[in-house]
Design a binder for this molecule. Sequence first.
Ligand SMILES: [Fe+2]
Length: 248
Amino acid sequence: MIAIVSDLHSNLEALEVVMDHCEKLGVKQYLCLGDVIGYGPDPYAVSTIARKTFSASLMGNHEEALVTGKHRFNPLAARAIDWTREELGSRAEGIESLDWFRQRQPFVLKGNLLLVHGSIYDPVHDYVDEPENPVESQQMIDTLSRDFSGFDICFVGHNHTPFMATKLGIMVPHDGHRTFRVPKGHKAYVCVGSVGQPRDRDNRVSFATLDEDRLTFHRLKYDIQKTQTKILKAGLNRFLAERLGEGL
Ligand SMILES: [Fe+2]
């Protein structure tokens, strides 16, 4: 069984809940779709776990902003990434993490799985949005039919919202139905949601596991208040704490 995680955003309490749960499930391998850091209060601890545990970890737009200083972030995200750079730069292991982030790749192909942060067209910045009308659904079907070549399942982060798009329709997991079969050769975009900053109005951690053809979307509670307190103590903007409670 492999676990696919994304958008940890320096949230240690959320990551620890994921790791504990995955250990109980018997997860053998962790793949991370990027945005290990940014927004949250624990870049050092979260980066250290990522470096030691994940067998793949991608270049997300927050890693790119961290190591290049270039981005089109709103002021809150920009301030948080500058703070993250200062935090990591202030100690030896943090500097090793900065070097590690510099070496991240924008996509990884693992057998029939493609891993990206954004989309197959722009693996770092683009968003895979959940189709909202028949035109967008048709565009998604066209993408899956035309451009999913050389791989079957593309795992995506960045949008912080879990769902799966197939040629037959959109599947949104909920507490009554979290496991889907993805038969061999079936084309699918799988958005795993966010570990550290979910934005689908559900404040629980989100990630996915894949066991043969069984794809499961997981949601877990974590100590949000503890993370919120750390965000405020670090001097990061209050909104970054409040949104964790709202799942926004
Ligand atoms: Fe993100």
